[in-house]
Design a protein around this ligand. Structure first.
Ligand code: ACO
Length: 429
């Protein structure tokens, strides 16, 4: 007999099924609770709520495990490029060579933006955040792709997936050009996904640009480790919006909006801003480690600790090696890197950080890598969005393919005024 959880309330004893996942994690299915008792559950921030069953990503924060479709992140990072991982996430299996070639060339054929899209950038403010530009343009893409908006039509969904995968780096490069004033280079479909993105951002007109292979490698790794992280805030947003049968562009635009928040995708930006702050204050890292330990102070070391990973962040382990390799190769004379390296060393040897399992997370290293590559700090979250896109798409697609899909509609416990007598405007105050 399958396991049940017993629940006593109002003199009744009720039983709810216990659902078990493929990795043995268990959950109580309370979907019939309100029907049977009139009660709902409350769980602010959804810290204890499973919103769905999903076969895409498994993570175990205690043991530092992250797998996409069953494959360890370490193996994928070692053996695949981002497009191969994107295929795995979106379609569920690693591609054959032929499937991969077709997927690559279909994405490459969508790197050029449709006429009219670049004009959006003429009207954005130069000092606007590129994440706001990204969200607006992704939303606007629906108006340029009106033949691929039906979330119940497989061919239309496929078309919107390819257009988003191809368009997003180009839209991001337009945002970079807008905020920096650098010339925008047209996409080169002969280049790999990462090389093309670096080319669009950094080629100088009239000069041949060859991306540093270590930049390409680091960018590829960063996109892979950011590609999915199960039901995080932006992915849950994409699912929530998609559950109303909104089209893929509208759903992804909402995900970009969620990711733009400093509590979510903005942490790598916060790392570099913190390093600036330490530099401006004389570069004394011990002082900031002390501040972080002081409960009265409220200061936290950005890029340290993680809500889910309590022993180590497997993504940070992967990109730390790329970060070290890059910094050694570039041998840049940048005081921020020196501060970053000293800060990590001091914190990792400090009793406070050791006791609480606080170690540099993925954002610490990604912030440092992006800076070493010459990417402006405002663009960091945009790069996160490029990496997260296949994860968002795969969750949206999984939800639409589920026979049990329903519109997401949480409930609430109302705490406002009880029924009141309406007062006409002359009788108020
Ligand atoms: N600096 C100093 N102390 C810290 C830090 C930090 N960065 N992070 C946690 N602590 C301390 C807390 O003060 C607390 O100490 P106490 O037990 O003495 O009260 C203890 O470590 C546990 O901290 P919590 O806040 O309970 O941990 P939680 O899981 O809620 O927070 C979080 C995780 C939000 C990531 C936190 O570590 C933090 O704020 N880090 C800095 C911001 C950051 O880097 N965010 C990016 C996360 S990675 C990502 O989103 C992809």
């Amino acid at each position: 007999m399958s396991e049940v959880a017993k629940f006593a309330c109002d003199g009744h004893e009720l039983e709810f099924p216990v659902v078990e996942g493929s990795e043995k994690e268990r959950a109580i299915d309370i979907s019939q609770l309100r029907k049977q008792t009139g009660l709902i559950t409350i769980d602010e921030g959804y810290v204890n709520t499973g919103s769905t069953r999903s076969a895409i990503t498994f993570l175990n924060g205690e043991e530092g495990v992250l797998r996409y479709r069953g494959y360890a992140i370490e193996e994928l990072a070692e053996n695949c490029d981002f497009i191969e991982v994107a295929y795995l996430l979106i379609y569920g299996e690693l591609p054959t060579q032929q499937q991969l070639d077709t997927f690559r060339s279909s994405i490459a054929s969508h790197t050029k933006l449709q006429d009219g899209v670049p004009a959006f950038f003429d009207h954005f403010q130069k000092d606007a955040h590129p994440m706001s530009m990204l969200a607006s343009v992704v939303s606007a893409l629906a108006t340029f792709n009106q033949d691929s908006l039906d979330p119940t039509d497989a061919a239309q969904i496929e078309s919107s997936i390819l257009s988003l995968m191809g368009n997003l780096p180009t839209v991001a490069a337009h945002g970079h050009s807008k905020i920096t004033g650098a010339a925008l280079n047209h996409a080169d479909s002969e280049l790999s996904y990462c090389e093309n993105f670096l080319h669009m951002m950094f080629s100088k007109s009239g000069k041949e640009y060859k991306a540093n292979p270590l930049f390409v490698k680091a960018l590829n790794l960063l996109l892979i480790v950011h590609a999915d992280h199960e039901q995080n805030c932006s992915t849950s947003t994409v699912r929530m919006v998609g559950s109303a049968n909104a089209n893929l562009y509208a759903s992804i635009a909402a995900g970009v909006g969620a990711l733009s928040g400093p509590s979510h995708g903005g942490a790598n930006e916060a790392v570099v801003n913190m390093l600036y702050q330490i530099q401006a204050d004389g570069g004394d890292v011990e002082k900031y480690v002390k501040k972080a330990k002081d409960k009265e102070d409220g200061f936290r070391l950005m890029g340290f600790g993680h809500r889910v990973y309590k022993n180590f962040d497997p993504r940070a382990n992967i990109i730390k090696a790329a970060c070290d390799e890059l910094l050694e190769d570039l041998n840049l004379d940048d005081p921020l890197f020196d501060i970053a390296q000293r800060l990590a060393k001091v914190a990792l040897e400090d009793e406070y950080f050791i006791k609480r399992n606080l170690y540099p997370n993925v954002d610490f290293y990604s912030g440092v890598i992006y800076r070493a590559m010459g990417i402006p700090v405002e663009m960091f979250t945009v790069l996160f969005a490029i990496g997260r896109l296949p994860g968002w798409i795969s969750h949206w697609k999984e939800m639409h393919e589920s026979p049990t899909m329903r519109i997401c509609r949480p409930r609430q416990v109302y705490t406002g005024a009880n029924s009141r007598q309406f007062a006409s405007i002359d009788k108020r105050g």
